[in-house]
Design a protein around this ligand. Structure first.
Ligand SMILES: NC(=O)c1ccc[n+]([C@@H]2O[C@H](COP(=O)([O-])OP(=O)(O)OC[C@H]3O[C@@H](n4cnc5c(N)ncnc54)[C@H](OP(=O)(O)O)[C@@H]3O)[C@@H](O)[C@H]2O)c1
Length: 250
């Protein structure tokens, strides 16, 4: 926590004050293709911008195509040779996720990096298109399903290219602040005991457990793909749309 607040570098030489450009300096990502969910704003947009700067082929997966195209234009404004595409993905709809995966696979290109970044935070109780509490549906289940649909493509890519694949789940220190039982599998949709904060924590705990278990399984299978979860720090973004008062306390 001290490092997080002060920005003191860790063993890698980087810390919470390091920028994405600093961390990726000198990297040539020409041969890499990356999907970034929620890449039209906030952390996802900065990730897309910097991966494109390092010459990766970036796919911004977004539910709002107007915002996604604006994000693409923003990246191209400073980097005219950037390879950026936008594709429709709504993580709170299983159908949209399947369509996205089918469309991506139909492109017949490699997939080296999957950044499960999109998220919603502290929203009032609501159900997804599939009838699942919105934070759990969007932050965890959507990414879980998406990752499973794209996993064979990532395994093939890693085998054919010999390049280590990467899956990154954006989680949060909020994974520590969840319901007493951790994840309430039998009460996910129970509005009576819904807490917007704990439901967010629950979904972020699920992101973390998903990364840990997938990492373990891929290692066991001998696949050349690493899976990590990351807390990105506290950054003012659109994520705070349901929590302006709460966040202003920090
Ligand atoms: N900012 C922080 O301090 C912080 C701290 C810890 C963890 N995180 C995590 O970092 C990640 C990125 O957050 P951020 O701060 O960059 O917030 P953000 O600017 O609000 O970005 C989140 C992105 O996710 C997209 N999204 C939301 N629901 C979606 C859905 N159903 N389908 C597809 N895309 C959807 C949003 O699109 P719309 O614009 O269409 O809603 C937006 O582009 C999140 O997973 C968050 O939990 C952030």
């Amino acid at each position: 926590m001290l490092r997080l607040i002060t920005g003191i570098p860790g063993p890698s030489g980087f810390g919470s004050a390091s920028t994405a450009e600093q961390v990726t300096e000198g990297i040539d990502a020409t041969n890499l293709t990356a999907i970034i969910t929620g890449g039209a704003s906030g952390i996802g947009l900065e990730t897309a911008r910097v991966l494109a700067l390092r010459r990766a082929h970036v796919i911004i997966a977004a539910r709002n195509m107007v915002a996604a195209n604006e994000a693409k234009q923003l990246i191209l404004k400073d980097n005219q040779t950037a390879r950026v595409d936008v594709m429709k993905l709504d993580l709170c709809s299983m159908k949209s996720i399947k369509d996205f995966a089918d469309n991506f696979i139909a492109l017949n290109i490699h997939l080296n990096i999957l950044i499960n970044n999109a998220g919603v935070m502290f929203c009032p109780f609501q159900l997804s298109e599939d009838g699942i509490e919105m934070q759990f549906a969007t932050n965890h289940l959507g990414h879980f399903y998406l990752t499973n649909l794209l996993l064979d493509k990532m395994k093939d890519t890693a085998r054919v290219t010999g390049i280590e694949g990467r899956i990154v789940n954006l989680t949060s220190v909020a994974h520590l602040h969840t319901y007493e039982e951790g994840i309430r599998f039998d009460k996910i949709n129970d509005q009576n005991c819904y807490s917007d904060k704990k439901a967010y924590g629950q979904s972020k705990l699920a992101n973390l457990l998903h990364a840990n278990e997938l990492s373990r399984r891929l290692q066991e299978e001998g696949e050349n793909i690493t899976v990590n979860s990351v807390h990105p720090g506290l950054i003012t973004t659109n994520l705070m749309r349901h929590s302006a008062r709460f966040v202003s306390m920090f």
